[in-house]
Design a protein around this ligand. Structure first.
Ligand SMILES: [Zn+2]
Ligand SMILES: [Zn+2]
Length: 372
């Protein structure tokens, strides 16, 4: 298939419980784009962020019954040039920033040696190591240091896998086991010469099963200090596959450079299928705060792109590690706790750890940096 809107694919409108009972999310990706994203596209590809309101100074209409949590703030006049449909998010008066999917800032080189917003704090300060990654800069890069996330080449194919994954709670531990194959379809890898994506990224790797066996704290605590992320992965999703940080082997923005399949995943050199960005193939809720999508290596939850009022989050709404704290559902209870969010902008997911990361077995590509 030609270029598609990877990020605009389905945020499935069905809330699928994942994690509280240890059962994996099941089901193939939906073919229906969510109304939120579709509406945003109609206004120029922009996704309204926190505090969205209609341009032109119209009186905000709070929708979704979440007005009680809305916070008014100074400067409630209109923001010229901001296009946002009132239907796309609860209209809350306040500061806002919009992630324009047509112009997402490229995060190349944004690697830090301490917790820093908008950067990935990689242990050792960065990747390096033998090459890999996209060979050619795709035409979806704009000339102003941004890229058009809706125009990336998508790896063709819709291949199903015998995924095995369980997440269970045992005492104070959460135990994740499986074969790391996703419970959704993937593209065809290695990327075929007939695939349009091949022009930009000749990912030669095949997807293969791995041994996934991770024990995390079930009720993680914020550590005295944040800590760096390192391979092999930063989170495990309810799909049974893992999330890598935002960088490719050359310290470039993997979300911008690499070509992924319709579920935003691809394999590295040991065959481990992984995501660098938010995937549309793990079901999120369709309103309000996003659903739990998986677990970071420190045990905290990784949720989707929406905050408490259903607003699309940006880095501005999150701390340097890409998270924040408020009440969420956790193993069936309402608990005020820290958690991470995905965003549509670099660094996309976890960029450092607020908790204490588990020591991971060096399986499934535990060696230095993931390729691609
Ligand atoms: Zn949250
Ligand atoms: Zn990758």
């Amino acid at each position: 298939m030609a270029r598609q809107l990877a990020l605009l694919l389905p945020f499935a409108a069905v809330l699928v419980a994942c994690g509280s009972d240890g059962s994996p999310v099941s089901g193939a990706p939906s073919a229906t784009a969510s109304s939120t994203i579709a509406a945003a596209t109609a206004t120029g590809g922009s996704i309204p962020s926190e505090g969205a309101r209609t341009a032109g100074g119209a009186t905000p209409t709070v929708s979704g019954g979440t007005a009680g949590s809305a916070t008014a703030s100074p400067g409630a006049s209109s923001t010229p040039g901001v296009a946002a449909s009132a239907a796309t998010s609860p209209a809350v008066v306040g500061p806002r920033r919009v992630i324009d999917l047509l112009r997402v800032p490229v995060g190349d080189g944004k690697v830090s040696t301490s917790a820093r917003a908008g950067y990935v704090w990689r242990c050792g300060g960065g990747a390096g190591g033998p090459g890999g990654g996209a060979s050619v800069k795709g035409p979806w890069f704009n000339s102003d240091g941004t890229y058009n996330a809706t125009a990336k080449a998508i790896v063709d194919g819709a291949i199903g896998w015998p995924s095995s994954f369980t997440a269970s709670r045992s005492g104070s531990s959460r135990i994740l086991t499986g074969n790391a194959l996703p419970n959704h379809v993937t593209g065809r890898f290695p990327i075929q010469p007939s695939d349009d994506a091949y022009q930009y990224d000749r990912n030669p790797n095949s997807i293969s099963q791995q041994t996934l066996a991770v024990t995390l704290p079930a009720d993680p605590q914020v550590a005295a200090q944040a800590s760096c992320v390192s391979p092999p992965f930063v989170a495990v999703l309810a799909s049974g596959s893992v999330v890598f940080d935002a960088l490719d082997a050359l310290n470039r923005d993997a979300g911008a450079w690499e070509t992924q399949d319709r579920c935003a995943g691809h394999p590295q050199r040991t065959g481990q299928y992984h995501y660098h960005t938010v995937t549309a193939c793990v079901a999120d809720s369709d309103s309000g705060h996003s659903a739990l999508l998986g677990w970071a290596v420190d045990g905290f939850g990784l949720f989707g792109v929406r905050g408490e009022r259903g607003e699309t989050l940006t880095n501005d709404n999150l701390d340097a590690c890409h998270g924040h704290a408020h009440e969420v559902e956790w193993d069936g209870r309402q608990v005020t706790m820290y958690h991470y969010h995905a965003t549509y902008e670099y660094p996309y997911t976890i960029s450092c750890y607020r908790g204490t990361p588990a020591r991971l077995p060096a399986t499934g590509g535990g060696a230095p940096p993931p390729r691609p």
